[in-house]
Ligand binder design. Structure first.
Ligand SMILES: Nc1ncnc2c1ncn2[C@@H]1O[C@H](COP(=O)(O)OP(=O)(O)O)[C@@H](O)[C@H]1O
Ligand SMILES: [Mg+2]
Length: 223
């Protein structure tokens, strides 16, 4: 809930980067996550790590044609259309005029199927509007939880993302952001402490913010 973000005591465990092998984040299967950061900051790398350890079904929308992952079961299939038979898949749609309709179709299908995680590697490419979510995505973000569908969003431009995505998110991982406007947008949802931490973090560090208990820390992914 947006109110709980700005109210209550804010626990700030560390203002200096801490090196930890694995981010100590407990993200339940039905909870939402945002991964923000400038190009090259490490969003996709973190998403791969988190998805690798996720036991359930997931679909990655990959509008940048950038996402590939090999797990213990082998390479995750890259598909041109959502395949309900696959438990893990990466959807790559050829960029053309029908691109967004094909993403809509996949989002609608995964919403109907439920019990899954939907990770969108650059949400502004799937949802070009800054204010409104396209109907398929709005439905997934707002009502997915009741169907066991959790939406994870990645972006380099949080300023360009409709607020509904922020208000429906429990977990934020925020890497270096290129523009002040993006840092301010994130801080408007996560609080001023996060804003100052964002200015201080190094490349590949990220600020983790948990909406549910209003806690935050700076994390560094071990490599
Ligand atoms: N924790 C890290 N330490 C060192 N290099 C990293 C780390 N995370 C990512 N990288 C490297 O930085 C580059 C960009 O990472 P990537 O995850 O693709 O960023 P993004 O998705 O934010 O554009 C890649 O070459 C990746 O290997
Ligand atoms: Mg990326």
């Amino acid at each position: 809930m947006p109110n709980s973000i700005s109210s209550g005591a804010r626990r700030w465990r560390s203002s200096r980067p801490r090196r930890i092998a694995h981010p100590t984040m407990a993200i339940a299967a039905d909870q939402r996550l945002c991964l923000f950061g400038r190009t090259g900051s490490g969003k996709t790398t973190l998403a791969k790590r988190l998805l690798s350890s996720f036991r359930g079904r997931w679909l990655c929308l990959d509008p940048k044609w950038d996402f590939q992952l090999t797990t213990r079961e082998g390479p995750v299939p890259i598909v041109e259309a959502y395949n309900p038979k696959l438990s893990q898949q990466i959807l790559r749609v050829v960029p053309d005029e029908g691109e967004l309709a094909r993403y809509d179709e996949a989002i609608e299908q995964i919403w109907r199927d439920g019990e899954s995680l939907l990770y969108i590697d650059e949400i502004t490419l799937i949802n070009p509007s800054r204010v409104a979510l396209r109907p398929s995505l709005g439905k997934a973000v707002r009502t997915g939880r009741s169907r066991g569908l959790a939406v994870w969003s990645g972006s380099q431009r949080p300023k360009d993302i409709p607020s509904a995505v922020f208000t429906e998110t429990e977990h934020f991982c925020v890497f270096q952001l290129q523009f002040k406007a993006d840092r301010e947008k994130v801080a408007s949802f996560t609080g001023d402490n996060i804003a100052s931490a964002l200015k201080a973090i190094r490349r590949h560090d990220f600020v983790y913010y948990n909406v549910l208990d209003d806690s935050a820390f700076i994390a560094r992914q071990g490599r």
